[in-house]
Design a protein. Structure first.
Lengths: 235, 247
């Protein structure tokens, strides 16, 4: 028990002393999550919207594909990317393995299905609801899209935050393609795994606290957005 | 008070196109729902489509305003919200945007390219129904009665020549029903052609100038309200008025 309290105290000291190694790891985590989320949004939001509003050949297959990808084990994604990016793999010449870019690609693969599926669900629901009104107002395609996107903005932001939460907590895929190299590809989750195995529980616990803090912050944002949207009836 | 804020842009009923069907057929699930249905109605006053649930009243309106396409035949009605002959439509299920009351009205005015001061129009509309204090509130948080009023006023905000109301008083209390019926009378007097779908016989009696009685995808009777209620010609119409016709 005394040992546990000691670990707890030391980990808090590490956080409040603004340990440079710790800050570097946190910064890299946020950077990788931000870019993977950005690219996932650039791809996922329009694709999800398209799947919600248009009927085209292969739509059913795409929906099935993205829904199936939701349950894909991250280590499998990591393994596939490892094979593709390794020296003997098809993209080996790009020398991306064990770089932050490889980690961004891995997270992109994991977050995009979430963004696509949630966006589709949100846009589909609102489109179905507004369809008769917009048709009766003789709104053109641009006006229809603008109305639907504007009225679903809070729900879409919640989708994006769900993606951010997923990317920050990811470990399986990025440890395979990133390699957990100090000062290069070491992020919060991979550090926790490494330091725990080495017995450096102070660092692991400190990073755990920070991860929990970020997770609470994201959930708080989601709740505030939800409450705000319900109060203004943007539910 | 009623300084004709509902007067349509085109207030010359003679210039309005006739409303109706010419041999319209509609297939639903490979069965004919309407089979070569034809009718014409006046371009002034209040016409009521009456009949039991599933008789084809709402489907008829949806075909008229272009929400559905016929399998064959011709719909004798075409209005464009960007032209002078505008249409207002209030669906059976209230559809309000996730916005404030004012912004719901503004949205309709913007889409229909309302030519004059939109903010003044919104004020005018809300003042008429005495809901100006709710302008900034979220439309979807209002009571059902207020939501329906906003829904009707949104359709009227664009100064339509035609107003289609699908069961406008379903699920409303008697007081709100009376407010809406009075509003419909005022709007009709302003020169707006109104078509109402209802299965409420008393409402039809109170509002209609003429009645179209629907039964199983056919128009069984069409005529003046008084003669429909006092001298119904068909067995179905008699049964419907006695409450014996359920479907």
């Amino acid at each position: 028990m005394i040992e546990f309290i000691e670990i707890f105290k030391n980990s808090l000291n590490l956080i409040f002393s603004l340990n440079l190694d710790l800050l570097e790891i946190i910064f890299l985590s946020l950077k990788i999550s931000f870019f993977s989320l950005l690219f996932s949004c650039i791809f996922g939001l329009p694709v999800g919207s398209l799947l919600a509003v248009s009927k085209f050949f292969g739509r059913g297959f795409l929906i099935l594909f993205f829904n199936s990808m939701l349950g894909l084990p991250p280590v499998f994604v990591g393994l596939v990317l490892y094979i593709i990016l390794s020296v003997s793999g098809p993209l080996g010449s790009l020398e991306l393995l064990y770089t932050p870019i490889a980690m961004i690609i891995a997270q992109f693969c994991l977050i995009t299905p979430i963004i696509v599926s949630l966006t589709k669900q949100v846009i589909e629901q609102i489109t179905e609801e507004y369809d008769e009104l917009l048709k009766s107002l003789k709104a053109n395609t641009k006006e229809r899209i603008m109305t639907i996107l504007w009225d679903s903005r809070y729900s879409l932001l919640t989708c994006v935050l769900a993606g951010l939460g997923r990317s920050l907590s990811e470990v399986g895929a990025i440890i395979i393609v990133g390699g957990n190299i100090a000062h290069a590809t070491r992020v919060m989750t991979t550090s926790i795994a490494l330091e725990t195995s080495k017995g450096n529980l102070e660092i692991a616990v400190a990073l755990g606290f920070i991860l929990i803090f970020i997770s609470i912050l994201i959930n708080l944002l989601v709740s505030i957005l939800k409450e705000f949207s319900e109060r203004s009836s943007y539910d | 008070m009623t300084k004709n804020i509902f007067k349509p842009f085109n207030n010359n009923p003679n210039s309005l196109l006739p409303i109706g069907f010419h041999n319209v057929s509609l297939k639903l699930d490979n069965n004919y729902f309407f089979n070569k249905l034809s009718f014409k109605i006046n371009t002034s006053g209040i016409s009521v489509f009456i009949g039991a649930n599933g008789a084809g009243k709402s489907t008829c309106i949806r075909l008229l305003i272009g929400l559905m396409k016929p399998y064959s035949g011709r719909v004798l009605f075409s209005a464009d919200n960007r032209s002078v002959n505008r249409i207002g439509y209030v669906p059976q299920k209230i559809i309000l945007l996730r916005r404030s009351v004012e912004k719901n009205l503004l949205h309709a005015l913007s889409i229909s390219n309302y030519p004059t001061n939109k903010k003044r129009r919104i004020k005018e509309i809300l003042k008429f129904i005495k809901l100006e204090h709710l302008g900034k509130q979220s439309a979807r948080n209002l009571s059902i009665g207020q939501q329906q009023l906003i829904s009707i006023m949104r359709a009227l905000a664009i100064k339509p020549s035609f107003l289609f109301l699908d069961e406008p008083c379903a699920n409303l209390d008697p007081k709100t029903t009376q407010i809406i019926e009075n509003l419909i009378k005022v709007v009709s007097k302003s020169g707006v052609k109104i078509i109402i779908v209802t299965h409420d016989l008393f409402q039809a009696k109170r509002l209609a100038n003429d009645v179209l009685f629907f039964h199983n995808g056919e128009i069984i009777e069409q005529g003046k309200t008084n003669s429909f209620f006092t001298r119904p010609k068909s067995k179905e119409a008699k049964d419907f008025q006695k409450g014996l016709l359920l479907k």
